[in-house]
Design a protein around this ligand. Structure first.
Ligand SMILES: C[S@@+](CC[C@H](N)C(=O)[O-])C[C@H]1O[C@@H](n2cnc3c(N)ncnc32)[C@H](O)[C@@H]1O
Length: 452
C-alpha cells in the first residue's frame, strides 16, 4: 500500500503528506532529479506509484561529483558536499523529525531503515562518494580475521555491503572520538580491516579533528575515516595514508571570536535560582586568595575532620586542598557561608565548583558556565564545549543566558537559514548528532584536490 489516503496527484506539500514514508522518499528523490530526464534513477519506482507530478524541479547547480548520504540526520555531510558542488543522489535516515528537517532543507525525504534490502535497492548506480556518520556498535571479537563478513548484524556491515556493490571512489566515515578505543580497540581494528579488504586506502593514524582547528570556536573532536579506492589512489598513496599532512595546512590558528557567534541583543533569562548559584560562586572566587584554582571546590569538605585514608588517593588530595583553602580563608569563607545560608538551599551538585579558566577572567560572569553533575563548571569564554542536551547547554556569563539554537547552528557551521525542528529539545538533539559542516567540507575538499 503506497498511498495512505486517496490521492492521485502530487501538487503540494499537503499532497505529499498523504503518502507513506517510502512513497514520500520516491516522489521527492524523483522530483529533485527531474533535470536528468530519462536518466533519472527514480523514474521507474516513481512511475510504478501511478502518480502525476506537477512539481517543478528546482534548478540544480552544475555538479562535479555525485554522492550518497547515509545515516543522514539533518544532512551535515550533504550541506558540506553540496558546498563543494556535489550532487546528492540518495539519502537514508529513519528518524521522523530528522526526515522532516531534511525535506525542509533539501526538498527530499530520506528513505528509511538502511538495513532493509528494499531501501538499499533504491541506491542508484554510478555515484562517486559515500558519506556516513554511523552509530558505533561492537563487533564479535576476532572479527578482523575474516574482515567485513564478520561484521554481519551491525550497521557498519550495511555500509560495507553498499560499498562492495557500488565501489564508489571515496568514502567519508565519521564517528565519536572514543570509537578508536571502543571495545578495547577491536571496533576500530575491524573497521579498518574491512575497508582494506573492500579495496580502500585510509589514514595510517586515526584522524581526530575538531572544528576549533579550522577557526570555529567549539571543541568537538570526532574521528573521521576518509578513504580512497586503491586504484584511484595509486601513485598518491601517501596523500591518503598520511592525510594529516595534507589537511594540516588548512588548520587556522586564529579562532573566530565567540562574540561573532553570539547575539548581544537577546535578553538575560537565567532562572532566579541559577542567578543565585552563580552570584554565590562569583563572590567566592573574588573573596579567596587563589586566582588559578587547580582543583574542584567541594564545599562539604571545607571543615572535614575525618580520616582521609578512607578515600582514593586522588580524592584525598582534593579534600586536603579544600581543607587548606578553608583554613587560609576562614574568615571570608565563614562570612560567605553565612551570607548564603550555608548553601542549604542549593542542590548538592551545585555546591561544587570547577574553575577551568586559569586567570584569564576575574569573574564567573565573564566565563562560559555549565551546570554539570560534577559541579558548576566555569571555562574561558574563547571556545564552547561540545553541544549537549537541554539544560546542560553552556551559559554565557556576561549575557546571563544559555546559548541559543541559532548560535549552536553557527557552531556547527550550518547556514543561518538552515531549518531545524521547531521544538527546542529536538533541534538541539539534531545539532548535537550532526557533523560540523566546515570540518567535513575541508576534509572532502582535500580529497578532491588530491584525487579527483
Ligand atoms: C550520528 S547521527 C548522524 C548525523 C548526521 N551525520 C548529520 O550530519 O546530521 C546517526 C543517524 O543515523 C540514524 N540511523 C540509525 N540507524 C539507522 C538505520 N538503520 N537506518 C537509517 N538511519 C539510521 C539515526 O536516526 C541518526 O540520525
Amino acid at each position: 500500500m503506497i498511498l495512505e489516503k486517496n490521492s492521485s496527484d502530487v501538487e503540494s506539500n499537503s499532497d505529499l503528506e498523504k503518502l507513506n514514508p517510502e512513497a514520500k522518499a520516491i516522489v521527492t528523490h524523483f522530483s529533485s532529479n527531474q533535470d536528468l530526464r530519462k536518466k533519472n534513477p527514480y523514474r521507474k519506482p516513481y512511475e510504478s506509484l501511478g502518480l502525476k507530478s506537477n512539481e517543478v524541479p528546482k534548478p540544480k547547480k552544475p555538479s562535479t561529483f555525485k554522492f550518497i548520504d547515509l545515516f543522514a540526520g539533518i544532512g551535515g555531510f550533504r550541506t558540506a558536499l553540496q558546498n563543494l558542488d556535489g550532487r546528492c543522489m540518495f539519502t537514508s535516515e529513519w528518524d521522523l523529525n530528522a526526515k522532516k528537517s531534511y525535506y525542509n532543507n533539501y526538498g527530499e525525504y530520506p528513505f528509511g531503515d538502511i538495513t532493509k534490502p528494499e531501501v538499499k535497492s533504491y541506491i542508484p548506480e554510478g555515484f562517486d562518494a559515500l558519506c556516513a556518520g554511523f552509530p558505533c556498535q561492537p563487533f564479535s571479537k576476532g572479527g578482523y580475521r575474516n574482515g567485513f563478513e564478520d561484521t554481519r548484524g551491525t550497521l557498519f556491515f550495511d555500509i560495507c555491503e553498499i560499498v562492495q556493490k557500488h565501489q564508489p571512489k571515496y568514502l567519508l566515515l565519521e564517528n565519536v572520538a572514543n570509537m578508536v578505543t571502543h571495545d578495547k580497540g577491536n571496533t576500530y581494528k575491524v573497521i579498518l580491516k574491512s575497508l582494506d579488504e573492500l579495496g580502500y586506502y585510509f589514514p595510517d593514524e586515526p584522524l581526530l579533528l575538531s572544528p576549533d582547528a579550522f577557526g570555529v570556536p567549539i571543541l568537538r573532536p570526532r574521528i573521521f575515516i576518509p578513504c580512497v579506492r586503491k586504484d584511484v589512489a595509486n601513485g598518491n598513496i601517501d596523500k591518503i595514508k598520511q592525510f594529516k599532512n595534507e589537511i594540516a595546512p588548512r588548520f587556522i590558528s586564529r579562532m573566530q571570536a565567540v562574540d561573532d557567534i553570539l547575539n548581544p541583543d537577546l535578553p538575560a533569562d537565567l532562572p532566579e535560582y541559577e542567578e543565585r548559584v552563580l552570584g554565590m560562586w562569583d563572590a567566592f572566587y573574588k573573596g579567596i586568595d587563589l586566582k588559578v584554582i587547580g582543583f574542584p571546590i567541594w564545599m562539604e569538605f571545607f571543615k572535614y575532620e575525618g580520616a582521609l585514608d578512607e578515600f582514593p588517593l586522588w580524592k584525598a588530595k582534593f579534600i586536603q586542598k579544600n581543607i587548606d583553602l578553608y583554613n587560609r580563608n576562614k574568615e571570608f569563607i565563614d562570612s560567605w557561608l553565612f551570607e548564603y545560608d550555608n548553601l542549604e538551599w542549593c542542590i548538592k551538585t551545585h555546591r561544587k565548583m570547577e574553575w577551568q579558566a586559569g586567570k584569564d577572567i576575574s569573574s564567573v560572569f565573564e566565563g562560559l558556565i555549565q551546570f554539570r553533575p560534577s559541579g558548576v563548571r566555569v571555562k574561558r569564554p574563547n571556545r564552547f564545549s561540545t553541544l549537549v542536551a537541554m539544560n546542560h547547554q553552556q551559559i554565557i556569563g556576561k549575557y546571563r543566558r544559555r546559548i541559543t539554537i541559532d548560535e549552536s547552528k553557527k557552531l556547527q557551521s550550518f547556514p543561518d537559514d538552515f531549518k531545524l525542528s521547531s521544538t527546542k529539545g529536538i533541534a538541539l538533539k539534531q545539532l548535537g548528532n550532526s557533523v560540523n559542516v566546515k570540518v567535513v567540507e575541508t576534509i572532502f575538499d582535500v580529497i578532491l584536490k588530491n584525487f579527483a
